[in-house]
Design a protein around this ligand. Structure first.
Ligand SMILES: Cc1ncc(COP(=O)(O)O)c(C=O)c1O
Length: 395
């Protein structure tokens, strides 16, 4: 099929839940993706913070080959496999966690976390402790439970009723969180750095205040690190940059190098309250994805890899500041999750980016987001910023 036919077939056969630009991507190499006409686009999106090692990484490709060479045996949740166990050990050894449960995506990681929090409360004798405290501008996914904790009318209203019992406080407002807290809340869920909501880093006081609040009320603290975790912030896990530990952490996007996968990391006290049959999913933690994920985690967890992300993040911030564009109101983020708040609509900039050979993404109406492969070079960052500068000037 040529590009026109592919786009027409998509219109005819694929559910139209997303608007897409008028080109067809066919491959990626390094930090650049190519369309069917051979045009290259420097990728500042990485499939929305997914491909942390870029495209065509030799070790990821090798891991995929090894996994494929086993004949695609599949175990559901029934049998022991080595990659499944190895990955869990790596995740625990590099985080606060004592146990891992696998799932399929970010939303299912958060929903599993909610189930575990309710289970934890019940096991401690609190039958009426099942509510969740979440925050303004949060994004936790689009399944019924995760959506209930994602306070955007446009996403929620057409699908109501959602999971009941979610209350909201203002992000980074500890007084409001305290005011909304109650004995009925079994878990507080928060993104240490909000992604979809506009790249809003939590303040250290906010996260440590939530830790204290959760402890005071016997609730669990869940960090949603689906977007900001696994090296993106310059720490392996974003919470490590804050020095505040959660009881449960949800991870997904980058975990298996572009293959669909999520994981729920938890402390032993949570694991102790979960029993056989409580939660599972046919494809979760399958030997193929967990084998590839071992490679991703090994690479990203290297101190030198993380130091490089921090350095490049700093460099990116400096370059953006040097643009001195009157349209830029604020530059914020950590590592290579960076938001540029503008006084104008972000979508036309994303579109101009295509013409300039660059993939950009918005995060909210007036925020341009950079979440590139973490392997992006300084030269590529400089190129991206100069292209963005030219677009801003043109507008
Ligand atoms: C912080 C956060 N949580 C959860 C999700 C949902 O993940 P998924 O789309 O894999 O269900 C996302 C997706 O963007 C996210 O950014």
């Amino acid at each position: 099929m040529n590009a026109e036919e592919i786009i027409q077939n998509e219109k005819d056969y694929v559910l139209g839940v997303f608007g897409r630009p008028p080109f067809v991507l066919t491959e990626g190499k390094g930090t650049t993706v190519y369309d069917s006409a051979g045009n290259g686009y420097l990728d500042l999106v990485a499939g929305i913070a997914v491909n942390v090692l870029g495209y065509g990484d030799a070790e990821v490709e090798q891991a995929i080959k090894e996994a494929a060479s086993t004949g695609m045996y599949h175990t559901s949740n029934l049998y022991h496999t080595e990659p499944h166990t190895k990955l869990a050990k790596k995740l625990c050894e590099t985080s606060f966690a004592d146990k891992v449960h696998y799932c399929l995506c970010g939303a299912s990681a958060n929903e599993g976390a909610f189930k575990f929090a309710r289970r934890y409360a019940r096991e401690h004798g609190h039958e009426d402790k099942w509510e969740i405290l979440a925050f303004s501008d949060a994004f936790h996914g689009r399944l019924f439970g995760a959506l209930a904790a994602t306070p955007r009318e446009k996403y929620q209203q057409p699908f109501e009723p959602l999971m009941p019992g979610v209350r909201f406080a203002d992000f980074n407002d500890l007084d409001d969180a305290r005011a909304k807290m109650s004995d009925k809340v079994c878990a507080i869920i928060v993104e240490p750095i909000q992604g979809e909501g506009g790249i809003n880093p939590a303040t250290p006081e906010f996260l440590s205040g939530l830790r204290a609040l959760a402890d005071e009320y016997g609730a669990l603290l869940i960090f949603d690190e689906v977007q900001c975790g696994l090296g993106r912030s310059g720490d392996l896990w974003a919470y490590q940059g804050y020095g505040v530990e959660p009881d449960i952490l949800s991870a997904a996007k980058p975990l298996a190098g572009g293959l669909p996968m999520g994981a729920i990391l938890m402390k032993q006290k949570v694991a102790d309250t979960i029993h056989p049959g409580d939660h599972a999913s046919t494809f979760a933690g399958n030997p193929f994805t967990t084998h590839v994920a071992c490679t991703v985690v090994d690479r990203v967890a290297q101190p030198s890899f993380l130091a490089d992300v921090k350095e490049k993040g700093q460099y990116l911030m400096e370059l953006l500041a040097e643009l001195n564009s009157p349209h830029i109101l604020e530059i914020r983020g950590a590592g290579l999750i960076v938001g540029i708040e503008l006084d104008i609509d972000a979508n036309p900039i994303v579109e101009k980016g295509y013409e300039a050979g660059m993939l950009l993404l918005s995060a909210g109406e007036k925020i341009v987001r950079f979440v590139p492969p973490l392997t992006i070079s300084k030269e590529e960052l400089a190129l991206a910023v100069s292209k963005l500068g030219a677009i801003l000037q043109e507008l």
